[in-house]
Write a protein that binds this ligand. Structure first.
Ligand SMILES: [Zn+2]
Length: 296
């Protein structure tokens, strides 16, 4: 097995007068692509994943609404599928469009796939997700989802969002954690569910080989404990996307410590937002204004 190429270089410093790619593409391995929507289009700059199996590909998330320009996700994905099929010719190749969770910045491109041939789009609610993947004990248990010689494990991880799932891919030994765990602000909607999900993920990682934990955003700078202000469309000196199993355990332990303390809690490579965090949100607005005025 070759190792995934985790040395990603994202374009993060474009100013509005520069032309930057609206979707960046990184081949993690021969059968695995990471896509990232440009910061020029949305400050969320979400990361999307495309996994190729023998009979189906999984597109995990469809991005955010573009504030400027078009978001050509469908043509980009079609091009990547075509390229893969050129090297692996076969008929009736299917695309499954699923989501780490159903917040707007992860499902906005769904409509581009509605009339695509051989395509299934997973619904957004917890019941739809549980039924599609056969997660009959939701929010507990796991289910296998076979792309053809690539059997993914689907793990319910509500807490940030009620229908959140984490995907484990044995081909890359990577956990795709969406907005549950990533180098940024972990907004917790349901804290007990968040804690249970983190503990399930840590148990899973203890029982399976995991080389990396990849989420759906990057909001931390490379400076420990420091994030880019919310809404920032420039990310100079951005933290790496890749987290480790040790980071995952750190998030679990940190969450247990702050469970009864509403507010924003900073750690070296993530921040836990427990509750609405109005004071922190106000500070973020001031920091954003400051960064826009002074360009940092
Ligand atoms: Zn998100």
């Amino acid at each position: 097995m070759t190792d995934p190429d985790l040395a990603m270089r994202w374009s993060t410093t474009a100013r509005p007068d520069e032309t930057a790619p609206t979707i960046q593409v990184h081949w993690l391995m021969a059968n695995t692509v990471i896509l990232r929507q440009g910061l020029e289009q949305t400050a969320e700059a979400p990361l999307l994943y495309l996994l190729f199996g023998e009979h189906s590909a999984l597109l995990l998330d469809t991005g955010d609404h573009a504030s400027r320009g078009d978001f050509p996700l469908r043509s980009t994905v079609d091009g990547l599928v075509e390229r893969w099929l050129l090297e692996h010719p076969r008929a009736g190749y299917e695309l499954v469009v699923a989501h780490t969770h159903a917040h707007g910045d992860h499902v906005a491109g769904d409509g581009q796939f509605i009339h695509r041939d051989a395509t299934r789009i997973v619904g957004h609610g917890a019941a739809a997700v549980a039924s599609f993947f056969g997660l009959h004990e939701w929010p507990r248990g796991t289910a296998e989802f076979d792309l053809g010689a690539r059997v993914l494990q689907m793990i319910p991880t509500p807490g940030h969002h009620p229908s959140a799932v984490t995907v484990y891919d044995p081909a890359t030994r990577i956990l795709l954690t969406g907005d549950t765990v990533y180098p940024g602000r972990l907004y917790v909607d349901d804290f007990p569910a968040f804690e249970s999900s983190l503990s399930a993920l840590c148990d899973f990682a203890a029982a399976h080989p995991v080389t990396a934990v990849l989420g759906a955003h990057i909001e931390m700078t490379a400076r420990p404990g420091r994030d880019f202000p919310r809404g920032s469309t420039r990310h100079p000196n951005e933290a790496p996307l890749t987290l480790s199993v040790a980071d995952l355990r750190h998030v679990r332990d940190a969450a247990a410590r702050v469970a009864r303390r509403p507010g924003a809690h900073r750690f070296s490579n993530f921040i836990i937002w427990n509750g609405p965090c109005r004071r922190e949100a106000a500070l973020q607005r001031i920091r954003l204004q400051f960064s826009r005025l002074f360009g940092r």
